[in-house]
Design a protein around this ligand. Structure first.
Ligand SMILES: [Zn+2]
Length: 269
């Protein structure tokens, strides 16, 4: 047993509530907590990927702030109870205050909660938006699959919302062909058209999903163009990647050279 532990008097109320520090230190805690909490909210806002957290930066800050402030006074004898209680009260008070300001002020709301980001417009992924939302292309494809989307052409608009969810608006019917997101690329990479390979039908950019039309017998001979997103790999654009052999590929039956994902000649509609 150490000397400190031997000298410690259990249930010494002065030590339990105030410790060795002067009461004015409580005021310093007000300042410390306010500063740390706001800093926490700011850091979470800047670095946090709300898509996975499903909590707003404000809520995550609450959990972190409450967590250690509640736990430490429970079993560290040198942490006075009043200090911990004050911190808890302040964190909740600050949360109430910021929530109030978020409702009152558009500027505060954008700062604390961010704003919706348009991720997809007319089947094309917006690269800069992905960076802003701190999402990878695979993250977006995963969300699209969760919404039942099979290929990018189905998507008219997709937004990354303030609460971390992705909302997807799809064509009611007759969606144009696009970049397949099914099956997941980790399982099966889409067929990459050779740089010199002739292909009859629309092709989709593997980088952003932009579709170059080539229907009605128009040939897409090599070399394939570089997309505006900087990518040079193209894949056949399909209306339904899961359709039985070749039926989803938009090819002209008479073209001969055009080949969907399936075997040639099996493209029955
Ligand atoms: Zn592209």
């Amino acid at each position: 047993m150490s000397a400190d532990a031997a000298q410690m008097v259990p249930f010494d109320l002065a030590r339990m509530f105030l410790g060795d520090l002067p009461p004015l230190f409580l005021l310093e805690i007000v300042f410390r907590t306010a500063l740390m909490f706001l800093w926490l909210v700011f850091l979470l806002r800047v670095t946090g990927k709300r898509g996975l957290a499903q909590l707003s930066p404000l809520e995550v800050a609450i959990v972190i702030g409450l967590g250690s402030a509640a736990g430490d006074p429970m079993f560290y004898p040198e942490v006075p109870l009043l200090h911990g209680m004050l911190v808890l009260g302040l964190v909740v008070g600050l949360q109430r205050l910021l929530s109030h300001l978020v409702i009152r002020s558009e500027h505060v709301e954008v700062f604390i909660e961010g704003e919706p980001v348009e991720l997809i417009r007319d089947g094309i992924l917006k690269g800069q938006a992905l960076e802003r939302a701190n999402l990878s292309r695979e993250d977006v494809f995963e969300r699209l699959r969760a919404e039942g989307v099979r290929q990018m052409g189905e998507v008219q608009r997709a937004y990354f919302e303030q609460d971390g969810n992705m909302t997807v608006f799809v064509h009611a019917k007759d969606a144009p062909p696009g970049l397949p997101v099914v099956p997941p690329w980790d399982l099966e990479w889409p067929r990459v058209l050779g740089p010199e390979e002739d292909y009859w039908g629309p092709v989709a950019c593997l980088g952003c999903g932009d579709v170059r039309q080539g229907s009605a017998g128009e040939v897409h001979p090599g070399p394939r163009p570089v997309c505006s997103c900087g990518n040079e790999k193209w894949t056949p654009a399909v209306t339904d990647p899961l359709a039985p052999a070749g039926a989803g590929a938009v090819t002209d039956d008479h073209s001969g050279g055009g080949r969907g994902p399936g075997a040639p000649g099996s493209a029955g509609h």
